[in-house]
Unconditional design. Sequence first.
Length: 299
Amino acid sequence: MDREEQRQRFIDIMAKFTVYTGRYLPDDVLSRLEELRETENSDLAKIIYDAMFENLKMAEELNRPCCQDTGVIQYFVQVGTKFPLIGEIEECLREAVQKATVIGPLRHNAVEVFDEKNTGNNVGTRIPWIDWEIIPDSDEVIIYVYMAGGGCSLPGAAKVLMPLEGYEGVVKFVFDQITSYGINACPPLLVGIGIAGSVEVAAKLSKKALLRPLGSHNNNPRGAELEKRIEKGLNDVKIGPGGLTGENSVMGVHIEQAARHPATIAVGLSTGCWAHRRSVIKISADMEYETISHKGAIL
Ligand code: SF4
């Protein structure tokens, strides 16, 4: 494969995978929704879950996105220093998004700030958003796709807490946000929390927390315990599927952290909705792919 063929193959894979992400929920999210449906006792909550599964079935049958809001496209790229297209990934992903917008179809969700003009192809200033991590000595790339919908982005917030507010301040911040704005994000929610020393790091980590597989835990036992306790507390609020009350509010609570300044704790919050369109793909140097989030998917 020459360079141009590699480029075209990469664009094609990423365009199709982006479309696929909008149609099919990842394996872990599907199983969690099935588990949560079983925990519900009320007819109303069961009806909401049934509507979600019916919606997913129709998206598959009709080849349509499973939610009309296919979001602003975000890519979290872990690229090996020896991946052949390392210098061209951004340009290729911008092309992939334009292609995905047509074949998806994806809703036009990139509005230029100040001009207030929709670009009409989901590409705009710094959009698709690309977050980079460099992996030394690898010749592969792993790409997370996230569709940041309007509703599921709405409860997002970040703040540097006053000294002495401590971890209690983190918990209060999360509960205030979720109980005030959580229902806008089509529960059951995935709650991503970042804890760090400054606001932008906390915000970014809160989004990274949403990329972790459901069922995973914070790498520090105290962090894992805090995840469990916040999850239990939020479920006790009984927001329920669709915000219409029920046994559970969340699919999970994920915390990611960075070492902080001695005087400050910054907290960031991002939320994912029931239609948590987060996918992961690995592409090798010879442009073969493996869909990690959707086992066995053929693009
Ligand atoms: S919150 Fe999620 S399911 Fe609800 S409209 Fe937005 S993208 Fe769709």
